[in-house]
Design a protein. Structure first.
Length: 278
């Protein structure tokens, strides 16, 4: 999905399946555009077609727009961040996606909590936004606040990578875990909480990470925390992937009390619908 200043840019489709764009997007002075500050494009990634639509709309904007406003792109979930280096099993896709964005020459690109730490170096004019910072500071965003402040005693990061990333931007007490995988199957064969039992027992804990897909890491982390005596285990992730539906609806096989998310891919509304019959 692509929007310009909050307005949809895709009107529909022609009978041959080609995209029909809103005509106001290309007129010299459309009502929703600023002429002297910022015009903001928003990309909510659902498929590769969204990248194509973004290219078309930005190029038409550049061709028709008259004014002095700068352009900004907000990307709620930046795709291909798991392919952020060349490997035998897959290509360096992130590099080429960022080249597509860079070629559009936005004055600023704001990305929500990217999975890759390589991204800011590849993306021109990149500004990273972490919704977790607002979540932990704004009482209106979560029921998990009390009159005394946070209702959690401890933040928990599921692996060393998450610990390194979030401990630099969040200044709250934390512990972290470590997992070992079967190199052939990818299955988690061992999960360890790097903490003393006294650090966990009786504590209300919030697990923090950027993304959930199948959710196995969080199930193992929650199970280990429960075994060490945690009284409450909640989870915050910025991005819920569509394949996390079963994990989300079951709350990690019942091991997680509450799941919070910025829902950048807008999937929770579908998770709450009845699953289609086979």
């Amino acid at each position: 999905m692509v929007k310009l200043n909050g307005c949809n840019v895709v009107k529909g489709r022609f009978p041959n399946n080609e995209v029909d764009y809103e005509p106001w997007s290309f007129s010299p002075f459309p009502m929703c555009l600023s002429t002297d500050s910022w015009n903001t494009f928003t990309l909510i990634f659902e498929s590769n077609e969204d990248l194509f639509n973004l290219q078309i709309v930005k190029k038409m904007y550049d061709d028709r727009y008259i004014g002095n406003a700068k352009t900004r792109l907000d990307i709620h979930y930046f795709p291909y961040c798991q392919m952020d280096r060349p490997m035998d099993s897959h290509g360096f896709s992130l590099k080429f996606v960022t080249q597509i964005i860079n070629d559009l020459k936005f004055d600023m690109v704001e990305v929500y909590d990217p999975h890759s730490n390589v991204l800011p170096a590849l993306l021109n004019h990149c500004k990273v936004y972490y919704p977790i910072k607002d979540f932990l500071s704004d009482e209106a965003l979560s029921k998990a606040f009390s009159n005394d402040g946070l209702s959690w005693d401890l933040l928990f990061y599921p692996d060393n990578g998450a610990a390194k990333k979030y401990s630099e931007i969040l200044h709250e007490p934390y512990r972290f875990g470590n997992k070992k995988r079967n190199l052939d199957t990818g299955e988690i064969v061992c999960y360890e909480v790097i903490a003393d039992k006294a650090d966990i027992e009786g504590k209300r804990i919030l697990i923090v990470d950027d993304m959930v897909m199948g959710g196995r890491t969080f199930v193992e982390a929650a199970k280990a925390l429960r075994e060490m005596g945690a009284s409450q285990v909640d989870l915050y992730v910025t991005h819920l992937k569509p394949e996390s539906r079963k994990f989300y609806n079951s709350k990690g096989n019942g091991l997680i009390d509450n799941i919070y998310s910025a829902d950048t891919l807008k999937v929770i509304q579908y998770f709450n619908m009845p699953e289609p019959r086979p």
